[in-house]
Design a protein around this ligand. Structure first.
Ligand code: FUB
Ligand code: ZN
Length: 640
């Protein structure tokens, strides 16, 4: 939309956007009820199905011994384990991703492969329900001794996969394996009153899923029990023995309900808080929520990259000190960004505040999506914000947590579009899709059409079976306000807020705002159309001066996308320039391999009297698809 049109837009007071009103409890609207139809995400779902998952199958069963470990454990012939002690988790996560993908794109051969794996997994389960190929093959007498050895982490991924595969196919063999392992753990620990601190959180959120699908309250109690074990001095094993790590590494220094700061391993932390939010929602336990709000602020206000990535330090795969956000050495693991999406969704469901979706969207479209190549079969583990050409996407990793994590996220991206409760629906992400809600007993088919994130036009058509009153809450993205993210870590240079344009059935409407959403509360009837236009302007961001790596630099954002300069578009170089005092940003249609994008051209002054030239910036998630390259997100501005 042009500026002149924007002037016509509904100018509502922006302070009301920030008003934090009473919490609204929401439910997710499952991707399994949603058909993604747009030209941004639909091809990505296809790439996951056709490239990422086949790559994962090949790596899991042919190139590495992950499936062989299950075969060996099933045979019980005294064979040895191949690989790392947490490798079982990659098989489960791949199965979970397959389960999601089968719902988007049915694939008989893939389903058959999954069934074959599941039979092998089932054969590896011990008679008492325990399942972990590392200990089955290396000595069951050593199991459950070192809390860091990921036995409960692998069990958590098994539960998630079992639930997902059952929901996708109706087949329960994997779910039953997961249930037996959950029962084994419950008997061994909670019921026996034997302390156990999970060295890598994951089981908590998985148990809540198991509870929801089985209706078995015990699993919810067990999730809560795992949360409650932390911070009481029970932790024992490799993490706790390493002086540079200690309990903070595993979020075990303080009981969860008393935690105030983010510490340690980023993925572990994200899974922990996701699980805590799930338990908080299921048990109406405000204790977790209150603690997490402070921890969330610590992440977002002081420890998050502009890409939404977290965990800057490679040595602990996690957090270091506030504002320590190096660009070239950023760890910013793909799994941690996937975890940010999980956690922020749960926070939004608990509170109904749009600020959590602002963070979710930033992590999803930038740091997380960067983990998947445009071809779908190459992956990033870390997601740096600058490169001298030493970073390259890889086919696989020794520790292969990231590929199937990004695959399961993309395949289930529909989960994050909407939320709902009895009063209506919440539109959180702008992704073209068709779905159906049931509101006040009426079926309400909904269709969203958009070319987001390339432009900001969003059309929503509602077709309730009968005229029905309910709310449609439209998220007002943080990036159209003068504040790109909650807190002040990043701010727009030009703080002038832009505005949206809203029509219902062709007529401009004025609607109140609540918790960062526009509330359209009315009786809806068949064929009603909402037209919502978000201004997609190129905006420069700066970070707080405490972030030393970004001093004297700006980043470029358009809509939810953060941009970068890559050598491949700029004669092989992405360094040795400063932004011109009049950058003259222009948006142009552009292609990075087969990805149609909007690129941004702008003027820079070359260093060492090289004169002015025009560079092209591309969306950050598309970089490093054309070989190793120089790249920068934070662009030096030089002396003004
Ligand atoms: O420990 C399992 C996974 O491996 C973690 O989540 C990742 O950070 C990587 O360390
Ligand atoms: Zn990972």
């Amino acid at each position: 939309m042009k500026k002149s049109q924007l002037l016509l837009a509904l100018l509502l007071p922006f302070n009301s956007v920030f008003a934090q009103e009473s919490p609204v409890k929401l439910e997710a609207h499952s991707f399994s009820k949603i058909k993604i139809t747009d030209s941004f995400w639909k091809p990505k779902l296809e790439k996951v199905a056709k490239s990422a998952l086949p790559a994962s199958v090949y790596q899991t069963e042919v190139k590495t011994g992950r499936i062989r470990n299950f075969e060996k454990a099933g045979r019980k012939q005294g064979e040895t384990h191949e690989g790392i002690y947490y490798d079982d988790s990659d098989v489960y996560k791949a199965l979970e991703a397959i389960a999601y993908s089968l719902q988007n794109i049915p694939d008989e051969a893939l389903e058959q492969k999954a069934d074959e794996w599941i039979a092998k997994i089932a054969s590896a389960q011990e008679p008492d329900g325990y399942i972990n190929t590392f200990y089955s093959l290396m000595g069951l007498d050593k199991r459950w001794q070192d809390m860091e050895k990921h036995e409960d982490y692998c069990a958590g991924h098994l539960m998630e996969a079992g639930v997902a595969y059952y929901q996708a196919t109706g087949k329960r063999q994997l779910l039953d394996v997961a249930i037996r392992m959950a029962d084994h753990i419950d008997t061994q620990f909670r019921q026996a009153n034997k302390p156990w601190v999970s060295g890598h959180e994951e089981i908590e959120l998985a148990l809540v899923k198991l509870y929801k699908v089985t209706g078995e309250e015990r699993y919810l109690q067990l999730a809560d029990w795992f949360l409650d074990q932390r911070g009481r001095g029970y932790g024992k094993g490799a993490i706790w023995d390493k002086p540079e790590w200690g309990p903070k590494y595993a979020q075990d220094a303080v009981p969860v309900k008393d935690q105030k700061e983010i510490t340690g391993h980023a993925v572990r932390a994200m899974y922990l808080y996701t699980g805590a939010a799930d338990v908080a929602a299921a048990k109406n336990d405000l204790g977790y929520m209150n603690a997490m709000k402070t921890v969330w602020e610590d992440v977002v206000y002081r420890n998050m990259y502009v890409t939404g990535g977290i965990g800057s330090s490679g040595s602990n795969e996690g957090f270091s000190v506030d504002y320590d956000l190096p660009n070239e050495n950023a760890y910013s693991e793909t799994c941690a960004s996937v975890g940010m999406v999980f956690w922020n969704q749960r926070m939004n469901l608990l509170e109904g505040q749009s600020q959590y979706i602002d963070v979710l969207e930033r992590s999803l479209y930038n740091a997380a999506l960067d983990g998947l190549s445009l071809s779908g079969d190459r992956f990033f583990y870390g997601n740096p914000l600058a490169s001298s050409g030493q970073h390259n996407r890889r086919e696989w990793f020794g520790t292969a947590c990231c590929p199937s994590n990004i695959s399961r996220l993309v395949a289930s991206v529909g989960d994050y579009i909407y939320a709902k409760n009895d009063s209506g629906i919440w539109v959180n992400l702008f992704i073209g899709n068709q779905t159906e809600f049931e509101l006040s007993g009426t079926k309400v088919p909904v269709e969203m059409k958009t070319n987001y994130p390339w432009d900001g036009e969003v059309l929503i058509e509602l077709n309730p079976a009968n005229p029905t009153r309910f709310e449609v809450n439209l998220r007002i993205p943080g990036w159209i306000k003068g504040e790109p993210v909650p807190g002040e870590l990043y701010s727009f240079l030009d703080e002038e807020p832009t505005n949206f344009y809203l029509e219902v059935n062709g007529g401009k409407v004025q609607s109140p705002q609540k918790n960062g959403y526009l509330v359209l509360d009315r009786e809806w009837k068949k064929g009603d159309k909402i037209s919502y236009t978000l201004p997609m302007e190129v905006r420069e961001l700066q970070s707080r001066p405490e972030v030393l790596a970004n001093q004297g630099r700006v980043a470029i954002q358009r809509g939810p996308l953060v941009y970068c300069v890559e050598g491949a578009d700029n004669g092989g170089k992405a360094t040795d320039f400063v932004l011109a005092s009049t950058p003259g940003f222009e948006v142009k249609d552009y292609q990075v391999l087969d990805e149609q994008v909007k690129a941004i051209s702008f003027n820079v002054n070359g260093l060492n009297n090289q004169g002015q030239k025009t560079l092209t910036a591309i969306p950050y998630y598309t970089w490093a698809n054309r070989g190793p390259n120089e790249m920068q997100v934070w662009i030096p501005v030089g002396q003004k």
